[in-house]
Design a protein around this ligand. Structure first.
Ligand SMILES: [Zn+2]
Length: 360
């Protein structure tokens, strides 16, 4: 019985790989979004919070049939955390798989914002032009959620961390001792492990709140991580990517240990297909990623997977934190657009694949 189940699982995987193959055909350069300025002057101009806000509102007004825009929370400094949804029947929660794309947990890592915004423009324009079956399928059969700027205060301050005041490492000081928490260390899984195995995670028992990796006084202490948590808890999400820069590599849970998750074959299969598209290095489990980077506690991927079962990735895009060449930024955006279309296609089968895997 077990062998039969395994065999059918393998057949399923190879069928999915065939689908993936057709999606790998490069998208024609004639299909660039009309609003993307390909002749902009160097250095490339990254969107400010206000520019992003204005553009999202303008796109939503023009494409309200397939795009909605809402705020899932506010930052300490009062900026909105914008969430875009792309789908047909966009104002209804449908029984369709969800794909979540996020940018700029770290405010000084800007390419992810551009990648998300480019993809939004691309999808709404192409859907209206009725030109690509992959785009129509993605809009009609999945629900795509984007949070292009998770950390707008950090973006405006050009800071890795957010800008909320800290009151000592445990939040107990009466006075403000520093500013900012590393949001990608503030998710709740497995946040407390640092206190149990501080040496294993290269963390001093008490991490100074001024550290660039300060994790906050407790899990989900920050408005931004709380907003993502509240959002993800009430939406069906199958696959997700959180964008960081840089390094041209892909990583997935567990982020804090070399141990594999029960869904390792799925993580690896989707990851390999992403890697075929963007040619980034996929760190598979038992690679030496943790020797190189140290295990990460409190990342969005760990929490999304453990709490919500999301097959979630961090992609470190590009060869520098903030490329200044517009062509480089454009290439990043276009390549990741192909990755997103692949994810939308794969989302259609991932539920069945997961069930087959967990029963094999
Ligand atoms: Zn980052």
């Amino acid at each position: 019985m077990k062998n039969t189940a395994l065999l059918s699982h393998k057949r399923l995987l190879s069928a999915v790989c065939c689908i993936a193959f057709f999606l790998l055909a490069p998208l024609s350069s004639a299909l660039i979004p009309q609003t993307f300025n390909t002749v902009s002057f160097e250095p490339y101009h990254y969107h400010t919070y206000q520019e992003l806000t204005d553009e999202l509102h303008s796109l939503q007004e023009n494409y309200s049939d397939i795009m909605s825009l809402s705020s899932i929370g506010k930052t300490y400094e009062g900026r909105d955390l914008w969430m875009v949804k792309l789908s047909d029947n966009v104002n209804q929660e449908e029984n369709e798989p969800g794909v979540l794309l996020m940018g700029a947990h770290h405010g000084d890592e800007r390419p992810g914002i551009e990648i998300c915004l480019f993809f939004i423009r691309y999808m709404v324009e192409q859907y209206q032009n009725n030109s690509l079956p992959e785009v129509r399928s993605a809009i009609n059969s999945t629900q795509i959620y984007l949070i292009p700027m998770v950390n707008p205060d950090g973006v405006e301050a050009d800071s890795r961390k957010n800008c909320a005041p800290n009151h000592g490492p445990f939040g107990r000081s009466a006075t403000i001792t520093s500013y900012g928490v590393n949001l990608n260390r503030n998710y709740g899984d497995p946040w407390y492990l640092a206190y149990i195995f501080p040496v294993s995670y290269n963390l001093p028992f008490i991490l100074p709140d001024s550290s660039f990796n300060y994790r906050g006084p407790y899990p989900f202490s920050e408005n931004e991580t709380k907003a993502v948590k509240n959002f993800a808890e009430v939406h069906n999400i199958s696959l997700s990517i959180s964008y960081h820069s840089y390094g041209e590599f892909i990583i997935y849970p567990w982020m804090h240990t070399t141990k594999q998750t029960p869904d390792e074959p799925l993580f690896r299969s989707v990851g390999e297909n992403i890697s075929l598209i963007n040619h980034y290095y996929l760190f598979v489990k038992k690679d030496h990623v943790f020797q190189r980077f140290g295990g990460t506690l409190g990342s969005s991927e760990n929490w999304l997977y453990r709490a919500r079962g999301v097959i979630s990735y961090t992609i470190e895009v590009g060869q520098e934190r903030r490329p200044s060449d517009p062509q480089v930024v454009y290439d990043l955006c276009m390549t990741q657009t192909t990755v997103h279309l692949y994810l939308c296609q794969r989302a259609l089968t991932i539920g069945v694949e997961k069930a087959a895997l967990n029963h094999s």
